[in-house]
Design a protein around this ligand. Structure first.
Ligand SMILES: Nc1nc2c(ncn2[C@@H]2O[C@H](COP(=O)(O)OP(=O)(O)OP(=O)(O)O)[C@@H](O)[C@H]2O)c(=O)[nH]1
Ligand SMILES: [Mg+2]
Length: 355
């Protein structure tokens, strides 16, 4: 008999019976890493894999939540049950936005067939990525047809959350100046669709063009025959717009180059506050899903995500075990460390050997 949180499998039973309160509780258990949380996820794992996952990412204030709310409502009107995870890293950036999101989303939250959960990081952002994926797994297992993950596109781990989805929507706005920031933040690499939101403001068309240009550069179309790396450098001279960051290109490009899909990343315009362009967005997301399903890329993406999740679970366990070992002996080494009789490396080595 396996042990589950609360000392019984009542939670699992209510979850399987479709009680939303059980889903909410299960997500809390996972978020808190309460005793038995892995057993809970393990038990529900066979039911994971039916939902389509959609990542929505972009800079702070781009309109991600507004867009997500509109999109979710449309999906719901089409008969889908929709789960939304709003990942909020409780940074100074978003500390104030959380409340705003809640108000905006509140209307949606009372709608049957729509379930919204906001998740904030307690520990590392890396940990948040794992927990958000697990919350998505729970929503999937619960029976939602679509799971939308909204994250800030600012840090690697947050990008990872969106990028682990089947389809990733990158939301940009004219006032963010230009697409260069997006490029630097690595948003270009994860986008399956671009949404130029706040298209009611000046500069939207210019941003659309900029994104198209950057897409073309990435695809190497502007400088055929020149390896992409060199194309970037060559193109970079004399144009600020092409002053691209030096990154690990193999890694950056791996996702797209692995993919057999010939999906042309669309650049859409939306006015989320008015619901303009949401139909097109929904059609595009569907189109993307069909495209990757037919080429086998969906399977490849999901295998990749599964491996990645396994890796992160392993790291989480190793970290927890190292920290608990450290907690137990922390004070023992303090004096030695302070007096310089032992180095931090020697302490780590000793603890490692004693494991
Ligand atoms: N003019 C205009 N304003 C918009 C549009 N979409 C969203 N907004 C406004 O932009 C502000 C930010 O919208 P949010 O949906 O909270 O943006 P977000 O990207 O979720 O923000 P964070 O989660 O804090 O990063 C709000 O005041 C929205 O009303 C749009 O299409 N046009
Ligand atoms: Mg938001």
């Amino acid at each position: 008999m396996r042990s589950f949180p609360g000392g019984s499998s009542a939670l699992i039973d209510s979850f399987r019976a479709g009680e939303e309160r059980a889903l909410a509780r299960a997500i809390s258990v996972v978020e808190d890493q309460a005793p038995g949380f892995e057993a809970l996820l393990d038990e529900l794992r066979p039911s994971v894999g039916r939902a389509r996952r959609i990542g929505v990412t972009g800079p702070p204030g781009a309109g991600k939540s507004t867009l997500t709310a509109r999109f979710a409502r449309l999906l719901r009107n089409e008969g889908n049950r929709v789960g939304i995870i709003a990942v909020d890293p409780t940074s100074p950036f978003t500390g104030g936005a959380l409340l705003g999101d809640r108000i905006r989303m509140a209307e949606l939250a009372i709608e049957p067939g729509i379930f919204i959960r906001s998740m904030a990081s307690r520990g590392s952002v890396g940990g948040l990525a794992t927990a958000a994926t697990e919350a998505a797994d729970l929503m999937d297992a619960f029976g939602f047809d679509r799971v939308i993950l909204e994250t800030l596109g600012v840090g690697q781990s947050e990008l990872e959350i969106a990028a682990a989805a089947d389809s990733t929507v990158v939301v940009l706005v004219p006032e963010s100046g230009d697409g260069i920031q997006a490029m630097k933040a690595g948003l270009m690499e994860v986008a399956d669709l671009f949404c130029v939101n706040k298209a009611d403001r000046p500069g939207a068309d210019r941003l659309v063009k900029e994104i198209e240009v950057m897409k073309a550069i990435r695809a190497g179309r502007t400088m055929r025959g020149i390896p992409r790396h060199h194309a970037r450098i060559a193109a970079g001279s004399g144009s600020a717009a092409l002053d691209l960051p030096a990154g690990d290109e193999d890694e950056e490009d791996s996702r797209r180059e692995d993919s057999p899909s010939s999906w042309e990343v669309p650049v859409l315009k939306t006015v989320a506050t008015e619901g303009e362009g949401i139909d097109e967005l929904a059609a595009s997301v569907d189109g993307h899903f069909e495209a990757i399903r037919s080429t086998g890329e969906l399977e490849a993406r999901r295998s990749h995500a599964l491996l990645d999740q396994t890796r992160r679970i392993l790291i989480r366990r190793a970290e927890a075990s190292a920290l608990s070992a450290w907690k137990a002996v922390e004070n023992e080494f303090l004096e030695e460390l302070l007096a310089g009789r032992m180095t931090p490396y020697a302490v780590a080595e000793r603890l490692d050997r004693e494991k």
